[in-house]
Write a protein that binds this ligand. Sequence first.
Ligand code: GLY
Ligand code: MN
Ligand code: MN
Length: 442
Amino acid sequence: MAGPDISILYPRHVDELQRRATQALERGGFDHLVIPSGNVHYQVFDDRDYPYAVNPQFKAWVPLTRNPGSWVVHTPGEKPKLIYLQPFDYWHVVPQAPAGYWVDAFDVVVIRTAGEARQHLPARPERCAIVGESHGALEGYTPNNPDAVIDYLDHQRTIKTPYEIEMMRRATDRGVRAHRAAERAFRAGASEFGIHLAYCQAARQDANELPYGNIVALNEHGAVLHYTERDRVPPAEVRSFLIDAGASHAGYACDITRTYASDRDSEFQSMVNAVEAAEQRLCDKVRAGVDYRQIHLDAHLEMATILRDSGVLDMSPESALETGVSAKFFPHGIGHYIGLQVHDVGGFLESDRGGRIEPPDGHPYLRLTRVLEPGAVVTIEPGIYFADLLMEELRSGEHAGAVNWDKVDALRPYGGIRVEDDVVCTDGDPINLTRDGFASLD
Ligand code: GLY
Ligand code: MN
Ligand code: MN
């Protein structure tokens, strides 16, 4: 089935960005929005560069992720300008001449050296809101990142345009294909490193293109929330596999986690199934007007219910939440905004004029505390982990008696469970990009 027509969606996306940018300039009292794509950075005492990371404010406008030294300029009432650096350089592959569905939306100026940008930028930098990194800035055009402008843009960016949602679908298509390849590699007995390579091969992306470092964890490693070590040799006994890995498309991310047991009849697999069923119920709560903090608290009750029903905990889900016991097993937030950045911006914003909505007491790692609106895209990623550090804290605390430690010790070798999907909030039922993606493979 042919997807939506990008040549229609993209100009509408740029129109919307212009509308937002014009409003942001009004808020800040500026005449131009100027967005550098960013610069290459070098390692200390070395001539090797770090992987270039594009300014997200830049790739919001134009799907270019490998073009340091370029600029977007928005002036209200004018066509946006793209100052496109295409250097003369025989050491590296230089960006191709501007081409693609995005070109017509801009007045494009090609420059050959970074400094040439100056003659195409607005003449009075003091009238510009310049949003970007200061490091290596063009003299006279150092970013000022005005709060009033950034807060407005960040707040607006939490509502994705149809173009952006389509880009995230395409990122998801890559991600789900790669997840299937990773599961096959796991079932075939590959090491963490081998599974990672199988993933990259199927996604056709490497570390610099993926939206975050793959988490590929066998057995106990699943308990380390951001495990990125990747053993080169498979363990003697493989019991479980947790993979949290995404993909990108045109600068947009997907963020997907799945957990598998080697033995499909094991108690661990039953717990995975229970987390997955709970995750589906939580995804169904991604609806306009819902406070995301409530979804997080509901997730605690869901996880605590699973722990009680499986005999790990002998306390009510409500008291597990109240006492902080559930947070020893589920120590991260239920999710976050996703888009141009895997942890997309604006999750705490009180309004488009700034301000901060704090996470609930005792839940410092929740990254999204707002009421959901149509167009928001969020992850839902509940989990249960048996992390040594947190289990020791629980064992030495006042609620140790409510825990079946034999059960905990039996589950520790499996590490942990997380199931994560990316979900669009709409005026009606939520759209689960991840489930749609897996379904389209079947
Ligand atoms: N992959 C990082 C996260 O799930 O937030
Ligand atoms: Mn996530
Ligand atoms: Mn993730």
